[in-house]
Design a protein. Structure first.
Length: 376
């Protein structure tokens, strides 16, 4: 993985809507509707013209379950849908990282979806003792994994990428590491930059990366600041990795099985797909990585085991699907007003085989940084 880039130029941060409720648009059938913010025109000037869309073959009533690239993310979930073990782990106490040159690897940490919330990320890393007051790596030989989705929705996605790239170099110099996985929003941003409004065959009519990126929280400030070294870094990210018996992935989906029977094969296949630069191939990859909730409800534990049996490990750690949705704590269809979701820490579910790390920072939840293994 490429490491060592410094911070990019400062840019004015834009305010973003952090609505924890699921608005009516998740039920709309128009795939390229743009979120209208206060004072904003209904269609942004940079938005491409809508492409004709038809119902997908075999789904006359709408899109297949789990297929969201041409719809706004995250459907309404009724309360009580989650099959889980009764475990409510408190945040692990901050461990003292081993000093550089110490014997053995340092403690392992994972970070959930950041989505451009740079200030929240820095604060969360500092709270775990990984960064000092100046924002520099101070964790010695500690190991840090980001689970993907650095950009979109929040105000400073490029600032997040610059920070992760810089910490990669600083951690390596101290004898630790800071590494990152590829999320579906990295694929989305890569596709929007490379292919723009080139039509792709979505399986649900004609779509474009540009339209899907705008639809799912694309920020013009991120696109304006996106440089070649950011693109190269994103395109080389691994899709999955193993650390201390944990299988680390971004998405709670079994679609990884479509790309290989080993971690190395999956990562090679994803990188080769991006290298070929075929819009339809990249769209299919993005579509599959956008699916979610495979480990939720009846059969969820079996879905997790299908991945662990192939790739190894005793537990999957993932981001992608916000914990409030997995728990059914948001998305009520009765229109009741409610406070922001309360996220105390990661969510362990699927018979204890899956650990969800997306605390829902984009919906006023929490940006999670967790030391592994969990301390109950």
């Amino acid at each position: 993985m490429t490491q060592g880039a410094g911070q990019g130029p400062e840019a004015e941060q834009v305010a973003t809507l952090r609505d924890f409720r699921v608005p009516a648009y998740v039920q709309e059938t128009g795939p390229f509707l743009h979120e209208v913010r206060p004072g904003e025109a209904a269609v942004p000037p940079e938005a491409p013209a809508e492409q004709p869309v038809t119902s997908p073959e075999g789904y006359p009533g709408g899109y297949p379950e789990g297929y969201t690239p041409t719809e706004r993310d995250l459907p309404v979930i009724n309360r009580g849908d989650t099959v889980q073990v009764v475990v409510d782990p408190a945040p692990a106490p901050v461990a003292q990282p081993l000093a550089a040159g110490g014997e053995g690897p340092g403690p392992l940490y994972v970070v959930g979806d950041v989505h451009g919330y740079l200030d929240e990320l820095v604060a969360a890393l500092q709270a775990q003792g990984l960064l000092d007051a100046a924002g520099q790596w101070c964790a010695g030989t500690a190991r840090l994994w980001f689970l993907g989705d650095f950009t979109d929705r929040g105000p400073d996605g490029i600032g997040v990428i610059d920070l992760v790239m810089r910490l990669s170099a600083e951690a390596a110099a101290a004898g630790g590491y800071c590494k990152a996985l590829m999320g579906n929003h990295e694929l989305l941003l890569l596709g929007a930059k490379r292919f723009g409004d080139t039509p792709v065959h979505s399986g649900a009519g004609t779509a474009t990366f540009q339209a899907a990126w705008l639809l799912n929280g694309g920020q013009k400030t991120d696109m304006d600041r996106l440089l070649d070294h950011h693109l190269q870094w994103m395109s080389r990210l691994d899709a999955m990795e193993s650390a201390d018996g944990h299988l680390l992935v971004h998405s709670d989906t079994t679609a990884y099985l479509d790309y290989g029977r080993s971690i190395e094969e999956v990562n090679d296949t994803v990188r080769e797909t991006l290298t070929r630069n075929d819009a339809d191939e990249v769209w299919d990859l993005f579509r599959k990585f956008t699916k979610r909730f495979a480990f939720r409800d009846e059969g969820g534990a079996e879905a997790v085991r299908s991945l662990l049996d192939v790739y190894g490990g005793t537990r999957i750690v993932h981001g992608h699907s916000p914990i409030p949705y997995l728990l059914g704590e948001v998305g009520s269809e009765d229109g009741e007003e409610a406070g922001p979701p309360v996220v105390e820490g990661p969510h362990l579910y699927a018979d204890g085989l899956a650990l969800a790390m997306d605390g829902g920072v984009t919906m006023a939840g929490k940006l999670l940084v967790q030391q592994l293994p969990l301390v109950h």
